[in-house]
Design a protein. Structure first.
Length: 237
């Protein structure tokens, strides 16, 4: 079960409407948050930079192994940023933030369409040097920093047909459904259906403590980290 670009953008947009921007930025390194602010603050003048940045980040979320600095498919191991932008990002901006949207694609901007990777040697003449630095730093950081690079939305099995057959057999004999998915994507998708997240967190904490007491694979360090995460979650409510 892979998230589509539309679902990814919609989920991010809906989440952003519910919480202040400062809450999202607070989990990022200060320089990263500052550079994102620079891009957004100059977005009405430099729409192309915002469009390319949003395209690159979204594509990285959906395709974690892709080096997003290689933004044209003729580049070695590159991808077509313009195609992805034209199909998904620009339409999203036109619907939600029309004053930030390009007419067709951010890659039609002369300073961003050049056939060179978006690394620190990129020659494109983005007229605001502060914005150019923020843009290139953001893409570079997202690419090389394993703490920021999104990790996915995947199930790991060799024979899909055999697995799906077993799922159907189980569904016919038991009142439940097996969903083959990665742990993190499953949590992201299905925790939204929990009517009382606090109850889930409390129940999960109880079972972690139970596993720790019975000397299973749960160690004291695991429990301490989870308790800190739990405190942060409860403060965010």
């Amino acid at each position: 079960m892979t998230q589509s670009p539309e679902e990814c953008l919609s989920a991010a947009y809906n989440a952003a409407k519910k919480r202040p921007a400062s809450e999202f930025l607070s989990v990022l390194p200060d320089d990263c948050a500052t550079e994102l602010k620079i891009i957004v603050q100059n977005a009405e003048v430099l729409k192309g930079v915002l469009g390319v940045a949003l395209t690159s980040i979204t594509y990285k979320v959906l395709n974690p192994s892709q080096d997003i600095r290689y933004h044209q498919d003729h580049m070695s191991k590159g991808y077509s940023g313009r195609t992805f932008d034209t199909k998904y990002i620009t339409p999203f901006l036109k619907e939600k933030f029309r004053h930030f949207a390009m007419a067709e694609s951010a890659w039609l901007t002369r300073s961003l369409e050049q056939p060179h990777p978006y690394n620190f040697k990129y020659p494109g003449k983005i007229r605001n040097k502060e914005v150019k630095a923020a843009f290139l730093n953001t893409l570079n950081r997202l690419q090389i920093d394993s703490g920021l690079a999104p990790k996915m939305h995947e199930p790991n099995f060799d024979n899909r047909d055999s697995v799906m057959q077993k799922i159907e057999e189980y569904k016919n004999t038991h009142p439940c459904q097996i969903i083959t998915n990665g742990v993190i994507p499953s949590l992201k998708y299905y925790l939204r259906l929990v009517s009382d997240p606090r109850a889930f967190v409390d129940e999960y904490t109880k079972w972690l403590e139970h596993e720790y007491q019975r000397a299973s694979g749960i160690k004291k360090a695991h429990l301490q980290v989870w308790q800190e995460i739990r405190r942060q979650l409860l403060r965010a409510e």
